[in-house]
Ligand binder design. Structure first.
Ligand code: ADP
Ligand code: MG
Length: 482
């Protein structure tokens, strides 16, 4: 795809100056992260970013935006379908200890009787455009710790600034507005209102060390901006195990502060549970009257296994009207179970014959866990006769269109023009219980761009960078189903 403006930019002092100015703009407006190499709580680096917004087909952007309320509805209904979750995850939880423990918590609180029937979900559905079909295809949907809602807002402004510096004022209209932060925090405040205790606070569950601090703090500051009466407190699971307790109505208190809403920015990987202490804290939270973002069943709904089960023929019909089913099917790509049965054997065979066509995925979040190419083959050969097969799913690899752009990273000298590909994320908010959806909205977007040769584009890992979309009119218009 063509970049938003002709590249490369003329080398030399002007480009150097522009890059330095953009870096300073990023730091000064909070497009930042704490440094992993030289961590200090007193300083931030700019987060890796693309100098220019990346081209994205307008019709596919609109498709992804338009379908978000449908995906919100789908995830909400699936999260409230115990039988479906149990059946989908049945074999997986036997071999994947982490998912098994999450499921145990679900079973425990369900057996005790769910204290809080309202859940809040701040979702992010991720897409690559498939370069041959030219259709946005879903990579995954995140139901826990969907990050970069705040930094994505900042990136749009950064790119407006850079294009303006370069004199490309007419191009600015192709950068869509982004209010993800406002919408996500609005969702938390709606949940806080539903809880209805004026002195109660919102709890952010955090890691021991937060590298993505700007993104999180912006959420905190935005909550205060929208409602100055609502306090945000931040604690790790380890701390919550010590200072958290339930009163006789199962209200959650941290020391003397009542918690209305629990927003998880940690707890999505086994690495966050050092011992039984952290699991106890998770169970304490799930048992409580606080509104969880997400509640345990919503967390499980975001597993790769559930994504794969939903892609099986006929599965969506239970949850959505036929026209909505059709639009969701368009964004799904091939997803296959690897269980030890006939269906799984067929998928296994397909992957062994053509490993580069697939991605092998375990039940993990946070990047860096999938396998690609020859590793797919060697790993599948290793686990072919083992029950561990059920811990993984197989997904068709999506090949997005390549373009060039400048990736700007801390402590790397000189402008680097690289071939890159972009992954779009669309944010959604859902609030409700099994019977009623109180709120269902699409609230904004984000773009992450990686070097085209990298399998994954972790922003902190150095292969990926924050970006924003530059909409162009290429490709086909989406069919109007919804
Ligand atoms: P995680 O929960 O770790 O973010 P993802 O499913 O999002 O798991 O995979 C991580 C990354 O791997 C994605 O951001 C994307 O770069 C790459 N990836 C995942 N699935 C596919 C796919 N089907 N085709 C191509 N790349 C993929
Ligand atoms: Mg992902």
């Amino acid at each position: 795809m063509e970049p938003c403006i002709p590249l490369p930019l003329a080398d030399g002092n002007t480009l150097k100056e522009l890059i330095q100015k953009a870096k300073d703009w990023a730091i000064m407006h909070g497009a930042g992260m704490r440094s992993k190499d030289s961590f200090s709580p007193d300083s931030i680096n700019f987060a890796p970013f693309m100098l220019l917004p990346s081209t994205f087909p307008r019709c596919e952007f609109e498709r992804a935006v338009g379908i978000q309320p449908v995906l919100n509805e789908l995830m909400h209904k699936v999260a409230h379908d115990y039988d479906f979750l149990k059946n989908s995850l049945e074999t997986t939880i036997k071999v994947d200890e982490f998912t098994g423990r999450l499921f145990n918590i679900y079973e425990t609180v369900r057996a005790e009787g769910i204290t809080q029937d309202v859940s809040l979900a701040l979702l992010r559905s991720d897409y690559f455009v498939d370069q041959s079909l030219f259709v946005a295809k879903q990579v995954e949907i995140n139901t826990i710790s969907s990050s970069f809602g705040a930094l994505s807002n900042v990136l749009v402004d950064l790119h407006r600034f850079v294009l303006t510096e370069l004199g490309h004022l007419t191009e600015l209209r192709n950068l869509p507005d982004n209010n993800a932060l406002e919408g996500l925090c609005g969702g938390m405040l709606s949940a806080w209102k539903v809880y209805n205790q004026p002195m109660s606070a919102i709890l952010f569950v955090i890691e021991d060390v937060t590298y993505n601090i700007c993104d999180q703090r912006f959420h905190e500051f935005e909550i205060q901006r929208q409602n100055a009466k609502v306090r945000v407190i931040r604690n790790t699971l380890t701390e919550i195990a010590t200072i958290g307790k339930l009163d006789n109505e199962k209200r959650l208190f941290l020391n003397d502060t009542e918690i209305a809403v629990v927003y998880f920015r940690a707890g999505y990987t086994p690495d966050h549970y050092y011992s039984e202490t952290e699991w106890n804290a998770r169970l304490l939270i799930e048992r409580s009257l606080a509104i969880k973002c997400p509640s345990i069943q919503y967390h499980l709904t975001g597993t790769k296994k559930v994504q794969q089960e939903l892609a099986r023929p006929g599965m969506l019909d239970k949850y959505l009207t036929p026209d909505k089913v059709e639009s969701v099917k368009e964004i799904f790509t091939g997803l296959y179970s690897l269980g030890k049965d006939e269906v799984g054997d067929k998928a296994m065979q397909m992957a062994l014959e053509n490993p580069t066509r697939f991605v092998l995925k375990p039940q993990r979040e946070g990047g860096g866990n999938n396998m690609y190419g020859e590793n797919v083959k060697s790993y599948l050969e290793k686990i072919k006769d083992s029950d561990e097969r059920s811990a993984w799913i197989l997904m068709e690899r999506i090949n997005p269109p390549v373009q060039t752009n400048y990736m700007i990273r801390p402590n790397i000298q000189g402008p680097i023009v690289t071939e890159v590909v972009s992954e779009l994320g669309i944010f959604g908010v859902v609030l409700g219980n099994a019977d009623t959806i109180l709120e269902n909205t699409q609230v904004g977007h984000m773009l992450r761009t990686k070097i085209s040769s990298a399998d994954e584009g972790g922003v902190a890992a150095g292969f990926g960078a924050l970006d924003s979309v530059y909409l162009v009119d290429i490709g086909k218009a989406p069919k109007k189903h919804v």
